[in-house]
Design a binder for this molecule. Structure first.
Ligand code: GDP
Length: 361
């Protein structure tokens, strides 16, 4: 499953959000909320398509795609130098697919700001600086090894990694993350993969706002521009905590009352999928209806491989109908009769919302 590390300065609302997200996921998606460690929660991604499919097929259970959130405490100024939880903290984010920084926008004199914290822009810079410094340390440590490895080799991959590592230092020295600055410097992030650099991961920003600020389009535009090209999400962690206590219907009512569109979990999961270039395909049957995540551009056999490696090896063909076509036809039989169910081969590029049955040997 997609894994997102939640970082941010102390007292910005990380734990409040983490608790709300994991609880909301357990309710909304009826997914067994798994606490692996106190700070790790795996939650189902709410997807209304799944419920509709489950009805159509009388599925015994629904299995949504999942996101794994890790609440990573301990980021303070100087973390890269071992302040706060220091290296332990950095080790935890190394393992995630994306980094989500929670930024405090809400005003509350009762909630103390950590020393030096004031405006979103400065807080973002503090956190990003720590991550940049950590990456520079990693690169510095790796440099002698890379130099040795490339001295007598013509292996194009090793040479590319070494060159990319050098170019990465220049990007980081200029104060940019690799996520934001690699493309402009002609660096391919895949060449750096073995170094597990933190700032090469996609960044998402959650702006934790007072509920009244959530309708301030001017403010939101300003914050969005501040973090572009990273994704910006706007929510109120306290409202999210309230939502997490409610049934789907009650939650929808509260969202409407507050003038909000979507709960934070859906927003975050969607942004995470976008940032990582993921999309969803669906399988359905009486046993279960299930959502699966695959990279955009994946082929039918690759999608089969997400379910089981044997399905990919023995792939013969796939019967595919888009979710919308299936729903308007009312059943697979009707979709077939209308020519909407297609038999696709090895070359087929999967589309978001494809409902699939694989044939394999
Ligand atoms: P963390 O240190 O980043 O994990 O922050 P917490 O989630 O523990 O929140 C710190 C304090 O801020 C707690 O007292 C929360 O109740 C409060 N808090 C969190 N989110 C909000 C918010 O959106 N609005 C307000 N007014 N208070 C919040």
């Amino acid at each position: 499953s997609l894994s997102i590390g939640i970082v941010g300065l102390p007292n910005v609302g990380k734990s409040t959000l983490f608790n709300a997200l994991t609880k909301a996921g357990a309710l909304a998606a009826n997914y067994p909320f798994a606490t692996i460690e106190p700070n790790v929660g795996v939650v189902g991604v709410p997807d209304p398509r799944l419920g509709a499919l489950g009805k159509l097929y009388s599925s015994a259970r629904l299995v949504p795609a999942s996101v794994r959130f890790t609440d990573i405490a301990g980021l303070v100024k100087g973390a890269s130098q071992g302040q706060g939880l220091g290296n332990q903290f950095l080790g935890h984010i190394r393992e995630t697919d994306a980094i989500c920084q929670v930024v405090r926008v809400f005003n509350d004199p009762d909630v103390t700001r950590v020393e030096g914290s004031a405006e979103p822009e400065g807080d973002i810079e503090t956190v990003v600086t720590e991550l940049i410094l950590a990456d520079l340390q990693t690169l510095e440590k790796a440099a002698p090894r890379l130099a040795k490895e490339t001295k007598f080799t013509k292996d194009p991959e090793k040479l590319e990694t070494a060159a990319a590592a050098q170019a990465a230092v220049a990007v980081l020295d200029s104060g940019k993350t690799l996520f934001a600055g690699a493309a402009g410097a002609g660096i391919s992030l895949s060449a750096l993969r073995e170094l597990h650099l933190l700032t090469a991961k996609p960044f998402l920003y959650v702006f934790n706002m007072d509920v009244g600020e959530l309708s301030d389009e001017g403010l939101k535009k300003q914050l969005e521009d501040l973090v572009a090209p990273a994704e910006a999400i706007f929510l109120d962690a306290k409202t999210e905590a309230d939502l997490a206590e409610l049934s789907d219907e009650e939650a929808a009512e509260l969202l409407a009352e507050a003038g909000l569109g979507e709960p934070g979990l859906s927003q975050l999961a969607k942004a995470g999928f976008r940032a990582l270039g993921l999309q969803t395909f669906l399988t359905a049957g009486p046993k279960e209806s299930r959502a699966w995540e695959i990279p955009i551009g994946a082929t039918a056999p690759e999608a089969a491989g997400v379910i089981h490696t044997d399905f990919q090896k023995g792939f013969i063909k796939a019967e595919i109908v888009s979710y919308d076509d299936l729903m308007s036809a009312g059943s697979v039989t009707a979709a077939r009769a209308a020519g909407k169910a297609r038999i696709e081969g090895k070359e087929y590029i999967m589309q978001d919302g494809d409902v699939v049955e694989f044939r394999h040997s």
